[in-house]
Design a protein around this ligand. Structure first.
Ligand code: FAD
Length: 504
């Protein structure tokens, strides 16, 4: 069998390619990694990366690319890797993805590019995420810089929120020549990437490097600005001269279970728990003062089955928890967490109590949590989410002793912007209504995307929305619709506000 493309840089036949096994990602040993916050996955060596890249069968119709929400040209960047042109591969990825070191680490590739890879069924998909990460890290190590050469358009765009949706839109808009300023409520940029996802999955220096690249491209950032409080959307547009606004404020409002005992000390929302660990530096104890309860020797449970739940419980283990449970009311098949994270959590000794639902948190007599009363569940018919509905099994209740519980059953929309922006349409759950193709809201010149429109989703879906928004903002700004201005307005610096972290 011969390689398909006449000019393919890959010297192997198709038969030879499919015989190469998927390369294993080197990782810290579980016994060691539960004692530190250093990244679990260690990254491919150049040799492993080349070997993995050789597995690509260069499909004539690359389904991997179609399945990528930001449209990364997978076959092309891997072809460049095979040819040994890593810098070219980096530039190719950057055409569609301004955060490759992040997506290479946390994107659920099994649902997108790798899920659509033709090798999937037979020999295991190409390690597209691992290769993307390798190239992004190579780019960083070798100081390769993205260049912006577009002529300035004189148009100003305000982006509200510095998560993946906002950063992606910023990267695409700056490349079109617009002036872009990102407003962030917190004192650190990055959204969930920085306050939610722990160091052992996504090191903070990686996020900072990706932000630095955007800064070098010309994107401006302003932290400690709660849009809707410090300044409103209308003020940004009418007084500060922004021609368009992209709202990318995420869905960071914690949701509670509304069961007895939730008020007890020792019961946290995942949002607060992870913010204390990430932004308030509990992960760097004792270098920083301990901003939360000492978990050493304590039994900790997280309630939920998503990435957030696993991040919380794996962090608790690293902070000294004696027992670390996941209480999840459905089975592993329905768990929304990434497959790799479930595998890693199991290796680390997390005790998964599937088909288990808490009914009540019980006090220890001193106002602190002492135990949780749970019921076992079984699965019935599919519910509105398409997953089988969990149903309590009569008489299966039991009590689990516990010192700390972390509630991770989802989040909802923060209402600040919606309530201070007249005419901005929202749905019954408080999320902003935006066209799914253009991300246009009910307000002229105002666009929205990411979790604030869809509800909690994923990094790559938020980035996809950022790209769509940037595209339509560019069309809007270059059409007659947006009113022309003869001279650019100065950039205002806003008075610092101390945001409520729980609201972020
Ligand atoms: P966000 O990332 O939430 O960013 C919104 C930003 O807007 C925040 O910085 C916030 O402070 C700011 N903001 C809010 N209101 C205002 C305001 N009024 N003014 C100014 N700024 C404001 N997805 C994956 O694909 N893979 C994973 O492994 C994964 N793990 C996760 C782990 C955790 C712990 C969590 C919580 C989520 C995880 N997700 C994961 C989901 C993913 O992170 C989100 O879907 C994604 O970050 C949403 O991006 P966004 O840009 O819409 O919003």
């Amino acid at each position: 069998m011969k390689p398909p493309a006449a000019k393919s840089p890959n010297p192997l036949t198709l038969k030879e390619r499919v015989k190469i096994p998927r390369q294993h990602m080197p990782e810290q040993e579980p016994q060691l990694r539960v004692t530190n916050f250093t990244e679990v996955n260690e990254g491919f060596s150049e040799e492993l990366a080349r070997q993995e890249a050789l597995r690509c069968i260069e499909c004539a119709k690359p389904t991997c690319m179609d399945a990528c929400p930001v449209g990364v040209k997978v076959r092309e960047f891997i072809g460049l890797m095979v040819a040994g042109d890593f810098a070219g591969a980096a530039a190719k990825i950057r055409e569609d993805n301004v955060l490759p070191a992040i997506t290479g680490r946390v994107c659920p590739q099994e649902d997108h590019c790798e899920g659509a890879c033709k090798l999937s069924k037979k020999v295991g998909p190409l390690g597209i995420g691992y290769l993307e990460r390798f190239i992004a890290d190579y780019e960083q190590r070798n100081g390769i810089r993205a260049v912006v050469s577009a002529a300035p358009t004189g148009k100003k765009v305000a982006i509200v929120g510095s998560g993946p949706a906002g950063l992606t839109a910023a990267g695409d808009l700056i490349r079109q020549g617009h002036q872009v300023r990102v407003f962030e409520a917190l004192h650190e940029l990055g959204g969930v990437l920085v306050y939610g996802i722990p160091e052992f999955r996504l090191p903070k220096h990686i996020i900072r490097q990706q932000l630095a690249a955007l800064r070098e491209m010309g994107v401006e950032f302003e932290t400690d600005v709660v849009v809707g409080k410090t300044v409103t959307i209308d003020e940004l547009m009418d007084e500060e001269g922004y021609d368009a606004v992209f709202i990318a404020t995420g869905a960071g409002l914690p949701v509670f279970m509304k069961i007895p005992g939730e008020h007890l000390n020792g019961v946290y929302s995942a949002n607060e728990f992870l913010t204390r660990i990430n932004l308030m530096h509990a992960y760097q104890f004792p270098q920083y003062d301990q901003p939360m309860l000492d978990l050493h020797g304590k039994d900790v449970a997280v309630i939920g089955g998503g990435n957030t739940a696993l991040d919380a419980i794996r962090s608790a283990l690293r902070l000294g928890a004696r027992k670390a449970y996941v209480l999840y009311r459905r089975s592993e098949t329905e768990m929304p967490a990434r497959a790799e994270e479930v595998k890693h959590a199991r290796q680390e000794g997390i005790d998964f109590q599937m088909l288990t639902n808490p009914l009540e948190f019980l006090p220890n007599g001193n106002g602190w949590l002492g135990a949780v009363r749970c019921v076992r569940m079984e699965l019935g018919e599919p519910d509105a989410s398409g997953r089988r509905r969990p149903i309590p099994i009569a008489g299966s209740e039991f009590v689990l002793p516990l010192s700390v519980a972390v509630i991770s059953i989802g989040t909802s929309a923060n209402p600040i912007i919606q309530s201070t922006t007249p005419g901005l349409a929202t749905n019954s759950r408080g999320y902003i209504e935006a066209d799914s193709t253009t991300q246009q809201t009910s307000r002229k010149g105002v666009f929205a995307g990411g979790d604030i429109v869809t509800g909690s989703a994923t990094v790559i879906l938020a980035m996809g929305a950022g790209r769509r928004a940037a595209k339509s903002i560019h069309s809007y700004l270059t059409s007659a619709e947006s009113s022309p201005r003869t001279q650019p307005l100065p950039v205002e610096k806003h008075t610092s506000a101390t945001p409520d972290i729980a609201e972020s």
